[in-house]
Write a protein of this length. Structure first.
Length: 390
């Protein structure tokens, strides 16, 4: 039951992929510029980046159930605040609330779904959790498009409030009351700054940072460069998170047979190849090839993230699993923030002088090279679990 509850919470929070498509309508309502809309992302991402690790560590001390419950309850309230926002400032306040509450859920969910599991069970549980996350990323833009067209942009937030309440009730009924762990020793700075932890944390930083080049630039290529409509373009854009949703549960089986390191390296290689191939796409590249490249980048990320997250959590003590899961989400979030700044800068500098195609190619190839750096680090990593011998 705890596995389903944790995945349900992460699914609801990850439906935030609905928000970006509503930016034009929000900007029109509040009379703000398109560049100002970036604060809708920044306020949210920075808030949950901070609370994901802190929330996980807090769960280690007072129990994961109360922290998760507060996160789901806070999310429900935050969605209502954003949906009813009379001004842009109120909308940003709602986004900060969503980030803080979502960080509590992200920080404790990995510990909840892996509670009591052995090494194999932990990997499978994390595959299930990340599969739910990828599925939410995939369907979010589609659902948002329908809601905006029929109800309006405020429904992007209000529709999630009852889902958060359902997850809240499930948590209250389905999660056991776990005792506080403060007496067993909370996580300390030196626990995080150990070499194996930093090494494993660098991999999702690079992998998610590289993958975010797709989230940032692929819509411009698909809709503007290739001329697809928003609906068809949106469907194609979902192939990357769909690949992640399918790759995450597949990773658990691969890790059992191939071992953690080989599975991590394979996933990163597939992601890097997908990014590099997409970077070479031009005005006449077959749509089938573009679709395959988008899917491959997501599939590789999904295959990578599960065994990496499992290995990272193994580096922490059993009563520090909240901090471990929170650190994993923190690392990927910081990578996303770095990706937003880096790929946008590369793209804009090259676009003005060399045109769209060259700018898109440079940004995506650089993103692919970034993931290849993660491949090298993963290859050098010692101590990852070998394949299971039947």
């Amino acid at each position: 039951m705890s596995r389903w509850v944790g995945a349900a919470g992460v699914f609801v929070i990850s439906l935030d992929s609905m928000v970006n498509i509503a930016f034009p309508a929000m900007a029109a309502t509040f009379g703000v510029s398109a560049p100002a809309m970036r604060w809708v992302i920044v306020c949210y991402v920075l808030s949950y980046a901070f609370l994901s690790f802190a929330g996980g560590a807090l769960g280690d001390r007072i129990g994961y159930r109360p922290v998760f419950v507060v996160g789901m309850a806070g999310s429900a309230v935050a969605y209502v605040v954003a949906a009813a926002a009379p001004t842009f400032g109120w909308l940003l306040a709602g986004r900060v609330m969503q980030g803080l509450a979502g960080g509590l859920v992200y920080g404790t969910a990995p510990a909840i779904v892996t509670a009591g599991a052995d090494r194999t069970g932990r990997t499978r549980a994390l595959g299930f959790l990340n599969g739910a996350l990828g599925l939410a990323f995939a369907i979010g833009p589609i659902v948002a498009g329908l809601l905006i067209a029929t109800v309006g942009w405020r429904a992007v937030f209000s529709a999630r409030a009852p889902l958060a309440l359902i997850a809240l009730v499930a948590a209250l009924r389905g999660l056991r009351r776990d005792g506080p762990g403060a007496l067993r020793g909370p996580v300390r700075v030196r626990d995080v700054l150990r070499r194996p932890v930093l090494h494993l944390g660098a991999l999702p930083f690079l992998a998610f940072g590289g993958n975010f080049a797709i989230w940032l630039l692929a819509p411009f290529y698909i809709v503007e460069r290739r001329g697809l409509g928003p609906m068809v373009g949106g469907l194609m854009f979902t192939l990357t998170p769909l690949g992640m949703a399918l790759g995450a549960p597949l990773a658990a089986r691969l890790a059992e047979r191939l071992g953690t390191r080989l599975t991590v390296v394979a996933g990163l290689l597939v992601e890097a190849l997908g990014l590099a191939a997409l970077g070479t796409a031009g005005a006449t590249t077959p749509f089938a090839a573009v679709a395959a490249e988008l899917f491959a980048a997501g599939l590789g990320l999904g295959v990578f993230v599960v065994p990496n997250m499992a290995a990272l959590m193994e580096e922490f003590k059993p009563h520090q699993q909240g901090a471990a899961g929170g650190f994993a989400f923190l690392a990927r979030t910081l990578g996303i923030v770095a990706g937003v700044l880096t790929w946008a800068q590369i793209f804009e500098l090259a676009r003005g002088a060399l045109g769209f195609d060259v700018a898109f190619e440079r940004a995506l190839l650089t993103a692919g090279a970034t993931v290849l750096v993660a491949v090298v680090l993963a290859t050098l990593r010692q101590g990852m679990t070998p394949p299971r011998r039947d």
